[in-house]
Design a protein around this ligand. Sequence first.
Ligand SMILES: Nc1ncnc2c1ncn2[C@@H]1O[C@H](COP(=O)(O)OP(=O)(O)OP(=O)(O)O)[C@@H](O)[C@H]1O
Ligand SMILES: [Mg+2]
Length: 374
Amino acid sequence: MTKGLFPVGGPVDREDLVGREEFIVSLVNRLQEGQSVMLAGPRRIGKTSVAHEVLRRLREKGAYTAAVDFFRFSGKRDFAYSLINACLENRTGIKKTLSILQDKAKALSGGAKFAIKLKDLEISFGFAEKKSDDELLDYALMLPGILADRDKKLMVVMFDEFQDAPRMTDTEIFKRMRAHFQAQKDVAYLFLGSKEGMMQALFSERKEAFYRFATMLPIPGISEDDWVPYIVKKFNSRNIQVDADMVKEIIRLSGGHPQDTMFLCSEIYYTLLETGDDVITHDHVRLGYERAMLALAPIFDEILDDLSARPQVRRVLYRLALGENAYEEGIHPNKVKRAIDLLLGRAVIERTARGSYVFVEPMFQQYILEQFQH
Ligand SMILES: Nc1ncnc2c1ncn2[C@@H]1O[C@H](COP(=O)(O)OP(=O)(O)OP(=O)(O)O)[C@@H](O)[C@H]1O
Ligand SMILES: [Mg+2]
């Protein structure tokens, strides 16, 4: 979890989760009805934060939940352990139930109660060591269904960075998962992924394992109306005054992008700590913005380097940043289209309902304008 007045980096806690209330309610409702959902969205847009809150509310309503992140795993066994542990925690209340089982002394000191809690799941001392990687994996994939059935509970499993699952073995893993999942009753899955193209393909192409397995929903932005009271309250909590118009200026600069807005507020806050002022002025905002840009520059440069290997991309990017039509005389439209497709694929830009393009990260757009003007 993240720290600081304005948390930046990892998933945020409930009190720092701004907006998206209707979306969260809708996710809770769908999952509660047993519908699986897939959310794909660019990096740092707040997918994991939303998902954690959804699971928290589902637990509050009595459901079992489990969350695993595919970004972390080195292999099948590693993944199987995580999923089994996450499932069992619902019963034992202990995070690493399996490792306690491995340590017989520890388990025994925990009392017979512990073993009894797991008995009907055929898990006992030495359970994991006796199984091959594949046996353990199959067991892990079945466990949500077994638990839901035995305990007469709804089980909701969240898989983060789902597109990375093949990293632990190969793409066959998707077929294996689907085979298990579709046989399960009273289990709903929430799939998250930051590689949108891969996620879309996996869930919407006929030949793919997860074809039509989950409802795909777009992640809504965070509105100004939600940001303003949060930001005012946060600054006030440190005895700093800021008026709503100034906060709107901050949101305009960050474009309301979840992480960039938090980051910008954070830099403004540190600026005030240094000057010792307790009322936010335009100057603080400007200084904070410059600092935030400076800190983001290495990340933006990396994205630019990565994109610039392709012809025309820099030019198209610049024209889009200027708000101009990307298609121009003298450059073959196919080339422009390829550049746009690449930018869409990398989630640098998005297509609006009206068919124009906007930057996912308005501060990146601003960065391009500043860089390319020189
Ligand atoms: N609802 C929100 N309210 C306020 N800030 C948010 C919100 N969602 C995300 N953020 C900001 O964005 C950061 C990243 O959030 P989170 O890890 O949930 O995003 P993500 O899409 O899962 O990112 P990644 O692609 O790195 O997995 C948070 O640390 C926070 O600064
Ligand atoms: Mg995430």
